[in-house]
Design a protein around this ligand. Structure first.
Ligand code: AMP
Length: 593
């Protein structure tokens, strides 16, 4: 049976895991890390960098280095205007109003950037397992809407992965926590990562994982905490030095790194020193930044952000019909939950112990691998019942939103509704699909629209078209329609307001594939050149050191071999480089020198 990998595609870091001998294991990337920074950079050499290398060069290449792309996935530009202004790379609206990134003068969709991260995770798994990997389970925040889920699935496709399931992150964490446990428990998963906040309540026991309710905030995460520290640093620096660092992109990038580091350090210490030498140059020379931030001050700076997680927790409890005392244990997920003030709030809300047995950075990927194992038939006796985070409806007369499937409904779910015409002889009806809880259509998110065409001309109100909304196990909506008078079925494709067309997807898939092949070729070429240089160096060393002990014929052959390699390297002919290397290597082995 072919392996299915589990990928946690995080805002800040990503992680990949797989089931080996019945146990989930986290796989190390080529740099040795168990997690990979979700950072992509376009280098001036035309090359692309992903992960640690991309993060390392961010300082000197901030315009072409993309971080936290997850915040822009499946979004219209208008929805992320504020976030777009905060990042050092250029995010703008394309002709359809979708949020896109401009890199190296090129428009790149957030799905393509996420695909590059997924390709790196795929490669990590292939290197570790020593075989091709084509199938994956990818996690998303439970609070992701339909368009964001679809965008994540599309990113997987661009990366050459068949995405078997889009799994909610808190549900994945619960799977990792609950696997192998015998006792029944009702748990809360509190997940505060780099860019999103999710809370899910689950009933688990005897291999059944049932999500009771979920809620969250897809605009809240550790990045917002960093931003508060950056603003504080900018304000203090201005007060002390009279210099405004806001317009200096390089300085802001360095502030961002320093702010995040100080924030993380303050989870374990009472105060942190923030030192950035040569942050800027004033009239009388370079200026350095030296400040100290206390844990208490940090807590004041982000107090309202932490407080914002309370309402979703209360909403989830209300939706599940539970009181805090009904929860047995809370699992913390996401790096930001390491902050003591966050843990104190969780304690105040639920008043129950916090489970400390899981690694918040890896637990989601482990859960995804378990789900992958279930789908591949490697893990059995496990039933997962999940819910949708937002209500789904359609726009009806007078700009109202008619709800078809309520939030927290168990998925998969199906609901049918009869539609008719508003005018005599009308042969088509436009249906606008909305996601959200508000009564007015315009207050909810328009996730897409489609047209029912070919309706037989008839007086208004007579035609009857049955539209079926089918929510799959990924929480993604599929729509079908049937004209009840003719019995004719109609296949409907939702045109996502912020998604990619089939044509765009195919093009991106081809490009990603071509780029991956080119990158492999470049790597092979580099390895061949290095090997050739190594063999030539070794031969030159022998020629120099044992001048008199070599037979003139052998000496002559070595010199010829080195010459051939030098010529091959100069020509750049890969085949010739390899052959010349092989020839000289076997010459060296023959004599045993
Ligand atoms: P995740 O999306 O789960 O990888 O979470 C990443 C977020 O967690 C980032 O905003 C990090 O700055 C934050 N984070 C990681 N470690 C810590 C820590 N020790 N204290 C506070 N926040 C942290």
């Amino acid at each position: 049976m072919e392996r299915v990998i589990g990928i946690d595609l995080g805002t800040t870091n990503s992680c990949v895991a797989v089931i080996e001998n019945g146990e989930p294991v986290v796989l190390r990337n080529s740099e040795g890390g168990r997690t990979t920074p979700s950072v992509v950079a376009f280098g001036s050499d035309g090359d692309r960098y992903v992960g640690e290398v991309a993060k390392r060069q961010a300082l000197t290449n901030p315009r072409n280095t993309v971080t936290s792309i997850k915040r822009f996935m499946g979004r219209k530009y208008d929805e992320v205007r504020r976030e777009a202004e905060l990042v050092p790379f250029a995010v703008r609206a394309d002709l359809l109003g979708r949020a896109i990134v401009e890199l190296d003068g090129r428009e790149v969709a957030p799905q393509e950037i996420s695909a590059m991260i997924l390709q790196k995770m795929k490669q990590t798994a292939e290197d570790a397992l020593g075989c091709d990997v084509a199938r994956a389970v990818i996690t998303v925040p439970a609070y992701f809407n339909d368009a964001q889920r679809q965008a994540t699935k599309d990113a997987g496709r661009i990366a050459g992965l068949q995405v078997l399931r889009i799994l909610n992150e808190p549900t994945a964490a619960a799977l990792a926590y609950g696997l192998g446990r015998r006792r029944d428990a009702r748990i809360a998963v509190y997940d505060l990562g780099g860019g999103t906040f999710d809370v899910s309540l689950l009933q688990i026991g005897e291999g059944v994982f049932e999500v009771l309710a979920t809620s969250g905030d897809s605009h809240l995460g550790g990045d917002d905490f960093d931003e508060r520290v950056i603003q504080w640093l900018i304000g203090e620096f201005h007060r002390l030095q009279g210099i405004d660092l806001r317009e200096d992109r390089m300085a802001v990038q360095r502030l961002k790194e320093a702010a995040e580091k100080a924030k993380c350090d303050l989870s374990f210490s009472q105060s942190a020193l923030i030192t950035i030498p040569f942050i800027t140059v004033a009239r009388d020379g370079p200026v350095h930044l030296n400040m100290s931030l206390s844990q208490a001050r940090l807590e004041q700076l982000v107090d309202d952000l932490i407080e914002r997680t309370r309402l979703p927790c209360e909403e989830a409890l209300a939706a599940a019909g539970l009181a805090p005392k009904d929860i047995d244990e809370v699992i913390l997920v996401g790096g930001q939950t390491r902050m003591p003030a966050v843990q104190r709030l969780v304690n105040r809300i639920f008043g129950v112990p916090i489970h400390r047995g899981v690694n918040p950075d890896e637990v989601v990927a482990i859960g995804a691998a378990i789900q992958g194992g279930v789908l591949a038939g490697e893990v059995d006796r496990l039933v997962l019942v999940d819910v949708i985070p937002h209500s789904l409806g359609v726009e009806t007369e007078g700009g109202l939103c008619t709800c078809l499937i309520e939030r927290n409904t168990t998925i998969p779910a199906q609901k049918s509704e009869i539609f008719t015409t508003a005018r005599d002889g009308q042969d088509r009806v436009e249906i606008r699909v909305l996601q959200g809880e508000r009564p007015l259509a315009s207050d909810n998110k328009l996730i897409g629209h489609f047209q029912l065409t070919g309706i037989r001309p008839a007086p208004r109100g007579v035609p009857q078209v049955e539209v079926t909304f089918d929510l799959d196990a990924n929480g993604i909506l599929n729509v079908s329609a049937k004209d009840l008078s003719t019995g004719k079925e109609q296949a409907i494709r939702i045109e996502y307001a912020s998604g990619l067309s089939e044509e765009e997807l195919t093009r991106m898939e081809d490009e990603a594939d071509r780029f991956a092949r080119e990158a492999r070729t470049r790597k092979a070429r580099l390895e061949a050149r290095n090997e050739a240089e190594r063999v030539a160096f070794d031969a030159r060393k022998v020629l120099g050191a044992s001048e008199n002990s070599l037979s003139p014929a052998y000496r002559e052959s070595l010199l010829r071999g080195v010459g051939r390699i030098e010529a091959a390297l100069a020509s750049g002919d890969l085949l010739e480089i390899r052959e010349a290397t092989e020839e000289l290597r076997s010459l060296r082995e023959q004599i045993g020198g």
